[in-house]
Design a protein around this ligand. Sequence first.
Ligand code: CUA
Length: 348
Amino acid sequence: MREGVTSHPGNEGHGRGRAVIALLLGSWIGPASVHAQGPVPSILDPVAQPAQAVLDYGLLLVLVCAVIFVLVMGALVVTVIRFRARAGDGEREPPQVYGSDQLELAWTVAPVLVVIVLGLITAGRIVALQKSEAPAGSLAIRVTGHQWWWELEYPEYGFTTANELHLPVGRVAFLELESQDVIHSFWLPQLSGKTDLIPNRRNTMWIEPHQVGMVVGQCAEYCGTQHANMLLRVFIHEEAEFERWARDQQKEARTLPGTEAGRAIFANTACVNCHTVRGVSEIGRFGPDLTHLMSRTTLAAGAASNDRANLIDWIGNPDHFKPGARMPAMKLDSAQVAQVADYLASLE
Ligand code: CUA
């Protein structure tokens, strides 16, 4: 597995200096780590189309510009050295050249040709990368942006999950993106460019991963207080492993012996107004579906790793991880919080 693609969450930081440089360069530096939640993704390390095609195209533009830069600067250096003022030149002006048709044609036609060729290549790339209809055999996924988390629906399989996208390697995933509230932007630098999620508008994008592993992304459009904690993880699996994951997600929630008390609190408080747990209550759509909560590695859209201790902190006081989070503290006492956490921690 290459650098920048990791199978583990919680990759620890490699130092603040590197993170700052990565931020200054707009995350153009490899797998440094800004905080404990994951590696910094790099657009220079694509693991899917169209990110690979975008990078190749970017490198082509850089190459063309580099050649032009070297030619222009080379001519400038030669001119400065060869035609510099010498002793004995006196006040005499060098011969002035006006109205040379050849010269004027050369410096007009050459740049126009460069612009036309690059423009045609760009147009071709845009047409190739945009698909408004799902290609045959693609995996349909509906992504809905919420303040501040991602709803991920797999309509062919009939389940909904949140914040952690799972994809099969080598197969096109066709995404439909909308927003429940404000404008968000879906960005996985190693997989594709950004696509906005806009209320009452259906945008589409596609991803074809060519390498298994985990990559991270993030909301890329300021959408309110917790915009920076609207994180996204993508797990890319072999086809069989993906199907196994999808079959597990299709199951209804289980209730383990000993978690009935927490389940009762969950089912009888306002929790169910926002959260669906299939088999318990399916009215809540405002917050993430929790049917298989423990199949996810993180809580609160990537703000914390998903374990019982963090569940207790999160349920007891959502502001602990995400100040301003839309989930209210339910005013449960600590024993009740622990019971709810035990119940949620059993939802594998
Ligand atoms: Cu959602 Cu920024």
